[in-house]
Design a protein around this ligand. Structure first.
Ligand SMILES: Cc1cc2nc3c(=O)[nH]c(=O)nc-3n(C[C@H](O)[C@H](O)[C@H](O)COP(=O)(O)OP(=O)(O)OC[C@H]3O[C@@H](n4cnc5c(N)ncnc54)[C@H](O)[C@@H]3O)c2cc1C
Ligand code: FES
Length: 282
């Protein structure tokens, strides 16, 4: 069992939890994720490792409450425990030792995933400009944390209620037009946002990394649930990723696959999973 040592609401729909998991904290790196199961009836749910403390033996997760499993997780309090907490999974983000300046872009709860990447780059002595996009002021998260690990932090809101009004891609274009030179752009957020960040950087040949979030089941490369097309080849995001070259990803196919189960997820019908051969909640 994995004990919740800290629980903090970042906004009405996003929660931070610090979980006691010393064996994961010992090995965790930016870009990796865990898969949790609240109890024996729970689904396996992937969440990025937002932070870790090797001395305390804890791993921090930040999650948006979107459906049954994240709702259930959010009912737990400090001192309660989670049944399974497996990781670290996936390939850690590659930090290019020759990079001098990187622009990290987060969208919504994607900022929780972008933050550890910005922190890792900052700790490696790389200059970090961060563009953090949110729909409105009330859902801004991690502003102090992101500010502490970036040389410039630009907060963008769709409605202009905080920071600058506009999309993250507007700010990125503005920074490129102003002559800022980036060795790499890292984008993490809604698929549509990552698609347009990649389209913005492509004409300039700026290397662009995106962190993909397909449906995952086992997280070990066995079930094929998380397959994505990258450079015309099939990759499994759980073992080959989740970071991929944004100029090579087939975002349209990923969007189609991610909406495939939506109807089922929004109904109460019991689902028999074709991937695992058992009940969804088995
Ligand atoms: C590698 C990876 C890292 C992620 N990191 C984070 C994170 O740090 N914070 C965060 O808030 N979210 C993260 N997600 C998304 C998170 O896994 C989903 O929000 C969660 O699974 C929703 O489950 P639910 O039962 O609450 O909602 P549901 O109602 O079951 O699903 C809501 C939506 O979540 C997605 N989803 C559902 N089940 C899965 C699954 N097994 N695998 C992947 N996506 C699923 C689908 O898009 C679905 O439409 C990550 C996803 C991946 C693949
Ligand atoms: S989640 Fe099963 S292959 Fe990736």
């Amino acid at each position: 069992m994995y004990k919740i040592v800290t629980k903090r609401c970042l906004n009405d729909s996003v929660t931070l939890m610090e979980i006691e998991a010393p064996h994961i904290a010992r090995k965790a790196k930016a870009g990796q994720f865990i898969i949790f199961r609240v109890d024996e009836k729970g689904e396996r749910i992937p969440l990025t490792i937002a932070d870790y403390d090797r001395e305390k033996g804890t791993v921090t997760i930040i999650f948006q409450i979107v459906g049954a499993s994240t709702k259930l997780l959010n009912t737990l309090e400090e001192g309660d425990s989670i049944l399974d907490f497996v990781g670290p999974l996936g390939v850690a983000t590659h930090i290019d030792p020759n990079a001098k300046r990187v622009c990290v872009i987060g969208g919504g709860v994607g900022n929780a995933i972008a933050y550890p990447q910005a922190k890792a780059l900052h700790n490696a002595g790389i200059q970090v400009d961060m563009i953090a996009g949110f729909r409105s002021k009330d859902i801004v998260i991690l502003e102090d944390e992101m500010g502490a690990v970036s040389d410039h932090l630009y907060i963008m809101t769709d409605d202009g209620s905080y920071g600058e009004k506009g999309l993250v891609t507007n700010k990125l274009q503005q920074l490129i037009d102003a002559g800022n030179k980036y060795d790499e752009v890292i984008a993490i957020g809604p698929i549509i946002m990552m698609k347009f960040v990649a389209a913005t950087t492509k004409p300039y040949g700026i290397k662009t990394l995106v962190s993909l979030n397909p449906i995952m089941v086992d997280g070990t490369g066995m079930c094929g649930g998380c397959r994505v097309k990258v450079g015309g080849q099939t990759k499994f995001a759980c073992v080959d990723g989740p970071d991929f070259d944004g100029h090579e990803v087939d975002f349209d196919e990923l969007m189609k696959r991610n909406t495939f189960y939506r109807e089922r997820e929004t109904t109460d019908k019991e689902h028999v999973c074709r991937l695992t051969g058992g009940k969804r909640n088995a």
